[in-house]
Design a binder for this molecule. Structure first.
Ligand code: C2O
Ligand code: CU
Length: 536
């Protein structure tokens, strides 16, 4: 395996979007940030140097970091933040990941502008399990606020209500020509008739699952979240924040100009549509404007689940655990917290919005859990995160009693024995409001063995689990008022965050961590911590 090196300099740079200019936090002055190129199984060292004015951490989303949680990056989970003027050398240690992953800031809301793609190519001499594409094209979706993103965060944290909606969605950093002052910079992809292009999609948006479609063209999904999938021909995709989708676009239509368009699936965010243009090379007069695709309606839950539930592993038979050692059942809720006496809060009922898993709203510690565990420091976290919700009710009923609303606030982890087979059922609830939760687990991929709408039935639903060819993912949208079951092996000692990838839900407390113990044999144990890990 080869060793690659990169330097990431975190610094501010001026960017102009939607007719106004502001300074944003970037890596090396780029937005979106630089792409990391790696071959399967290789290791990369990235020296992250913070030349900004605020603390930051960087996470390698979808990278398993076997035996090396030290580089994973979530603030106060595996490291303390890198302070301004300081640096930290992080590793990208691959296991079996292939395709597209990404990196992003994992502190405050910095990931809005601090993110980029990770491309993992087959080993030298190996090929893709599909015809070699003529070109590979990054398609990174993002979100843009005209105001300062940290100010948006500070404001809704203090008033307890919803964050201000962003002002645009972006494709490769550009809002696209439906937005003001954006036409000349719209992302354009020049294609040659008859050729096939691989689109490496990353949803780096903060708070929205996106529907994406290309006018007149079908696309073929061939991978997601760093694994290959069975080829799936489709008119559109639904991509969760955190998720990646690799797909093939065949330039097989009448030469012309065609829009690629993306808009939010969910009701709370704005209705705007970001665009890019697919332009055939050649001599012809294109239609003006370009042909626009059909996108599902923004409240079309069926369109979202139909796509997500169609994904399968490429292999006809995968190594999904058939025997389960640890069964977990996690409820995902939007909650309320009482408002402080001397404050007025902008959430429902004059309270603060909160989120929870098993009715525990995660409180970030002041010192990172991983180092506290390694050095046996007391008082940072507790080990008794519940395996089941503290009370069972009709989770998806239309009106739910107000007594269920207030979660406990705590910093707890669930301890897993090395190599345990874990089954985890996520159950969405209709407290305050039912909404999709794109759940992401650090340090692992998991098989998505089942999903449905309504309450999970622990007798009947497991009989329908797909234990043959379920997709291997690291982020999965648990549908609004529904459930999703996953299975994984706890074969990676360390501390691994599990959270909703909607940034506001993460901020409100929809996270917890697994603490996986070392195995007995060498090679089943965490490597020692890096000497330059940032101090708290
Ligand atoms: Cu994409 Cu916890 O991260
Ligand atoms: Cu959520």
């Amino acid at each position: 395996a080869m060793m690659h090196r990169y330097t990431f300099i975190i610094k501010e740079a001026p960017y102009t979007r939607l007719c106004s200019t502001k300074n944003i936090l970037t890596v090396n002055g780029l937005f979106p940030g630089p792409t990391v190129h790696i071959r399967e199984g290789d290791t990369t060292i990235i020296r992250v140097h913070n030349k900004g004015t605020q603390n930051i951490t960087i996470h390698w989303h979808g990278v398993k970091q076997p035996m090396y949680p030290w580089s994973d990056g979530p603030a106060y989970i595996t490291q303390c933040p890198i302070m301004p003027g300081k640096s930290f050398s992080q590793k990208i240690r691959l296991s079996d990941e292939i395709g597209t992953m990404w990196w992003h800031a994992h502190s405050d809301w910095s990931r809005a502008t601090v993110h980029g793609a990770i491309r993992v190519y087959p080993k030298r001499g190996d090929t893709y399990p599909f015809p070699r594409p003529y070109a590979e094209v990054p398609i990174t979706f993002g979100e843009w606020w005209k105001s300062d993103v940290q100010a948006v965060l500070t404001e809704f944290k203090s008033n307890g209500g919803f964050p201000n909606n962003s002002d645009a969605f972006l494709i490769n950093g550009q809002p696209g020509d439906l937005y003001p002052c954006s036409k000349p910079d719209t992302f354009k992809l020049a294609v040659e008739y008859g050729k096939t292009y691989m689109l490496r999609m990353v949803n780096a948006a903060m708070n929205s699952i996106l529907f994406v479609s290309i006018a007149n063209h079908k696309i073929t999904v061939v991978g997601s979240d760093g694994s290959y999938t069975r080829p799936l021909k489709t008119d559109y995709v639904a991509i969760s924040p955190g998720q990646t989708i690799d797909c093939l676009l065949e330039a097989d239509q009448k030469p012309g100009h065609y829009y690629m368009a993306a808009k939010a699936y969910d009701s709370t965010t704005d209705n705007t549509t970001t665009t890019a243009i697919i332009e055939y090379i050649g001599n012809y007069t294109p239609s003006s404007p370009p042909v626009f695709p059909n996108l599902p309606m923004s409240n079309d839950t069926k369109a979202s689940t139909n796509f997500t539930w169609s994904l399968r592993s490429l292999a006809r038979k995968v190594d999904v655990p058939t025997h389960v050692d640890t069964k977990l059942y996690f409820t995902l809720s939007v909650n309320l917290r009482p408002c402080e006496a001397n404050n007025t809060c902008a959430g429902p009922r004059g309270q603060r919005l909160a989120t929870s898993i098993n009715n525990i709203s995660f409180v970030s510690p002041q010192f990172d859990i991983l180092h506290a565990y390694y050095y046996s420091l007391r008082g940072v976290f507790r080990k008794n995160f519940p395996r089941f919700p503290p009370f069972v009710f009709n989770f998806t009923a239309d009106s739910l009693p107000a007594t269920l609303l207030n979660p406990t606030r705590d910093t707890r982890v669930r301890v897993l024995e090395y190599n345990n087979s874990v089954e985890l059922v996520f159950q969405g609830t209709n407290l305050v409001a039912g909404i999709d939760h794109p759940m992401h687990l650090h340090g692992h991929s998991f098989y998505v063995v089942g999903a449905g709408i309504g309450n999970h039935d622990k007798e009947k639903d497991p009989l329908k689990y797909n234990l043959v060819d379920p997709p291997l993912m690291n982020t999965i949208a648990v549908p609004k008022n529904g459930w999703t079951a996953i299975r994984f092996k706890a074969n990676n000692p360390g501390v691994w965050l599990l959270h909703c990838h909607l940034e506001r839900h993460l901020t409100w407390g929809m996270d917890m961590a697994f603490l996986t113990k070392n195995g007995k044999l060498p090679g089943q144990q965490m490597l020692p911590p890096p000497p330059d890990a940032p101090p708290c």
